[in-house]
Write a protein that binds this ligand. Structure first.
Ligand SMILES: CSC[C@@H](O)[C@@H](O)C(=O)COP(=O)(O)O
Length: 376
């Protein structure tokens, strides 16, 4: 991992201790929360104190690792350890439904525990769980750096080697992963190789992951960047006064179906349509843990509906204010609200899916992930 990538640490883990950066307070306050058990992790994921498909998977499984590390001496039989792990993993997976990374991590850990011999002692089982959860943390970081280099290489080849201006949506950086990021990892890789002309990030209403988190990461790491609202993308792409217009839109993913249909932060689908309309590349960056071969197409993906308050109330620092954050009501309380957290971009609008194993380009009938993805 580069120095730049390590500036922001959303997940701070050492064996027996897990702290997460409370993303609801960013960019105004840097507050870490101790997570010592599955219940705390479930609530931090549901309330989006931690968010982003890879990050929620890692926080969930590490929370149980910390719990088991602390309570190890209370287990007298290996059966009780197995039951405990399965019960807690089944519970953690209910925290948010759309991102498949959480379900994937839970399934991987259950399979490892199930496959261990019945003679395995309680303490060895606990150790097996902890080391397996820790290995998911380590591989997320290396996967992201690979996504960064595959994606930046692919985009530069599409631009015949000239530096790129890109637009991104939501937050897919160090804050959404164990480190480095997926779509933002590609932007980071372009920047560190001197190939980033400019990055644009959308505000990403209603929860402002773009203005609160991506803008924060871009500023922290000194990348040339501009924030726009979600409604300004067409203007940006057509304004004759904008010198460096985006060559590509790069986003992350919460679940990629077998055919390439991609669930990602609400607003992604309209960006993909715009990219096609204006003839620029539309790239999805995601580790193979986000590709769900068991889901045939986008229509099969469950889209999380979030509370109405996330649309009607905006949280931030009052102008000129310091310290406490304020909540401001920005809509009449009687109005109904539609608040899907994600939408599904049809595969036909996506030019490439960048994984840690390489880049998959769209085929005539969708995406074929067989070359990069081996289901375990
Ligand atoms: C590398 S993060 C990829 C996606 O999880 C990201 O784009 C996204 O949609 C996050 O949504 P969020 O609701 O903030 O968890």
């Amino acid at each position: 991992m580069t120095d730049a990538a390590s500036k922001l640490k959303a997940i701070d883990y050492t064996r027996g201790s897990l702290r997460i950066l409370d993303q609801l307070l960013l960019p105004h306050q840097t507050v870490y929360l101790d997570i010592t058990n599955s219940e705390q992790a479930w609530s931090a994921i549901r309330t989006m104190q931690t968010r982003g498909a890879p990050a929620i998977a890692i926080v969930a499984v590490l929370a149980l690792a910390v719990d088991l590390h602390t309570t190890a001496s209370t287990f007298t039989t290996s059966t009780s350890v197995r039951d405990y792990i399965n019960t807690k993993l089944d519970y953690l997976v209910t925290s948010r439904p759309t991102a498949v990374n959480l379900a994937d991590a839970v399934q991987k850990l259950k399979t490892i525990i199930d496959a261990s011999p019945s003679t395995t002692s309680a303490s060895d089982l606990i150790n097996l769980y902890i080391t397996s959860a820790e290995s998911l943390l380590a591989s997320d970081i290396t996967d992201n750096t690979s996504i960064g280099s595959h994606g930046s290489g692919w985009l530069l080849s599409q631009l015949s080697g000239r530096p790129a201006t890109v637009l991104t949506h939501c937050n897919t950086g160090s804050l959404a992963t164990a480190g480095y990021g997926t779509a933002l990892g590609i932007i980071r890789s372009l920047h560190s190789s001197g190939n980033l002309t400019h990055a644009y990030c959308t505000e990403t209403r209603p929860y402002n992951q773009g203005s609160r988190l991506t803008a924060y990461e871009l500023v922290q790491e000194g990348m040339p960047a501009t924030l726009i609202t979600d409604s300004m993308v067409t203007s940006l792409l057509t304004d004759v006064n904008v010198k460096n217009k985006p060559d590509a839109i790069i986003v992350g993913a919460d679940r990629v179906a077998r055919n390439g249909d991609t669930a990602n932060k609400i607003g992604t689908h309209q960006l993909a349509i715009l990219a096609r309309h204006f003839g620029i590349k539309f790239i999805v960056a995601a580790p193979t843990t986000t590709i769900d071969l068991d889901t045939k197409e986008g229509a099969d993906i469950v889209i999380e509906q979030r509370p109405a308050e996330e649309v009607k109330i905006v949280k931030g620092l009052l102008v000129g204010g310091e310290g406490e954050l304020a909540e401001v009501v920005v809509a009449p309380k009687e109005i109904g609200v539609y608040n899907p957290s994600f939408d599904v971009t049809p595969w036909k609008y996506i030019d490439a899916v960048v994984t840690e194993k390489g880049v998959v380009e769209r085929g005539e009938n969708g995406f074929d992930f067989s070359g990069v993805f081996v289901k375990q």
